[in-house]
Design a protein around this ligand. Structure first.
Ligand SMILES: Cc1cc2nc3c(=O)[nH]c(=O)nc-3n(C[C@H](O)[C@H](O)[C@H](O)COP(=O)(O)OP(=O)(O)OC[C@H]3O[C@@H](n4cnc5c(N)ncnc54)[C@H](O)[C@@H]3O)c2cc1C
Length: 440
């Protein structure tokens, strides 16, 4: 089925237009940008009525993707609208009838919606499915079951309750388009499903080009306008970088890959083999980008010099160099995160036995001292009662779409078990009778 279209009319392209365009693309729209030097406003048309200088929240409402927020107290607030958060919301609504709000700082679907590749191993899709299509279906499914949505709001403050009998967690979210009007809600249960944030280039000259030549995601839409005349620089040696290189090469572009180690150090063999066989892709190993400068001319946006003194004039740079959790606000709220694991980035949320990670590793864990906490421990539960974590942000997550969705589903089940043990939590908070099975 063809995608619905959206049109953005602007007098000049800038970062704000780019942000709106990506938001629409991630919401499964085909986007046309019309540059009209006479235009005095940014007009975004998703249906028939143009929206004048809209915020992302207004565009989201016009798209009618999920149900708008209706209340200020919920059974469950899900923070993060990726596969983990959406799976939890779908299960919490469809199986357990929990009033559910999903707060998403950008577009629904999370990182998965930006994954460049077709997913061939997702259960039930015998011909494979593009990650963005999978996420879009999940959004429609969450809406069908009545999950509500607060899009383009980022949770910045969180006050979890310590009392399992009367959990009333307080959550505040802000919108960069309207920073003076934060939204505050309460919830009996909270799911932290905030995923990871792409790591940015540290070279000072790269910052000026962010979203204007230097990108930290490679979307299928990015490859649409690419031609054989373009050279694309991909920085990174992981699977994502490899897949991006293959995606641009498939459009005929010349691709240069800058890899700090070697092609095979961190990449799946099935991807590195395709890259080795691809004549459009040049792999430069043992090197890093050093400096970024503007370039002029057709198909030239910037020139990048490397630590090996080579220089490349390219149409765009895609830096896909790992990702980190952004969990300071979660840690500040008293949720335990793991800081010292040698294999994982610091700051992933601890669940289950990992809430005692440091003690267990140091050999000082005392099970008698923690007997009460151990009694209530669940795989997806954090150290605060009624607060759960799932997906990439969780320590020990496998960081795949299918596992994130599985963890979201498992988190919903853990919440159900928590509610069975603490049935008063629900009706006290939302002001309606809890479903009978929680009180049984
Ligand atoms: C380029 C790339 C390619 C990939 N390819 C594959 C693949 O082929 N197969 C595969 O299985 N996996 C792939 N992955 C991994 C996969 O995308 C992740 O494992 C999966 O998306 C994790 O889901 P999640 O719900 O935990 O987090 P995410 O998908 O990251 O979603 C988290 C959401 O939380 C939101 N958020 C964060 N902080 C806040 C806040 N404070 N307030 C509100 N919202 C917030 C974010 O905006 C985001 O939408 C790929 C990842 C990348 C980057």
């Amino acid at each position: 089925m063809p995608k619905p279209t959206a049109t953005i009319t602007v007098n000049a392209k800038d970062k704000k237009v780019e942000r709106i365009k990506r938001f629409l693309e991630l919401s499964d729209y085909e986007v046309k940008v019309i540059v009209d030097p006479k235009a005095t406003d940014t007009l975004v048309t998703v249906g028939t009525t143009p929206l004048k200088n809209p915020t992302l929240a207004q565009i989201a409402a016009a798209l009618d993707l999920l149900l708008p927020r209706k209340r200020s107290a919920y059974d469950l607030v899900v923070i993060g609208g990726g596969p983990a958060g959406l799976a939890a919301a779908i299960n919490a609504r469809s199986l357990y009838d929990l009033t559910t709000l999903v707060i998403e700082q950008y577009a629904p679907g999370g990182t998965a919606a930006t994954a460049v590749n077709q997913i061939d191993n997702y259960l039930g899709f015998d011909e494979g499915i593009a990650a963005e299509d999978l996420c879009h279906r999940a959004v429609l499914q969450a809406k069908k079951f009545g999950a509500e949505w607060l899009p383009s709001y980022s949770v910045s403050a969180f006050k979890p309750s310590d009392d399992p009998k009367t959990t009333k967690h307080e959550i505040t979210a802000t919108n960069p388009d309207d920073p003076n009007a934060p939204v505050s809600v309460t919830a009996s249960l909270v799911l932290l499903a905030t995923g990871l944030v792409p790591r940015k280039l540290t070279q000072p000259t790269a910052a000026a080009f962010e979203d204007e030549g230097v990108y930290y995601y490679a979307l299928p839409a990015d490859a649409e306008g690419v031609t054989a005349k373009d050279t694309i620089l991909v920085i990174g040696g992981g699977d994502s970088a490899g897949r991006a290189a293959l995606m641009f090469s498939a459009k005929g572009a010349k691709v240069v890959m800058l890899i700090r180690k070697t092609l095979t150090t961190d990449m799946l063999k099935v991807i590195s083999d395709q890259i080795t066989a691809d004549k459009n892709i040049t792999v430069v190993e043992g090197t890093e980008a050093k400096e970024f400068k503007a370039a002029t001319g057709p198909n030239a946006k910037l020139t990048v010099t490397t630590t090996k003194s080579a220089s490349y004039t390219v149409a765009a740079v895609y830096a896909l160099i790992s990702a980190d959790p952004r969990t300071k606000w979660i840690e500040d709220a008293g949720i335990t995160v793991v800081r010292k694991d040698p294999a994982d980035p610091a700051g992933l949320v601890a669940t289950g036995l990992d809430i005692f990670y440091d003690d267990i590793r140091n050999g000082t864990f005392d099970s008698k001292k923690h007997a009460n906490e151990l009694k209530h421990l669940t795989d997806m539960g954090t150290n605060k009662p009624g607060v759960f974590a799932a997906g990439d942000v969780r320590f020990r997550a496998e960081r795949r779409i299918a596992t994130a969705a599985g963890e979201g589903t498992e988190a919903a089940l853990s919440m159900h078990n928590f509610l069975k043990a603490n049935p008063k939590v629900l009706d006290a908070e939302v002001g309606r009778a809890a479903p009978a099975y929680y009180l049984a």
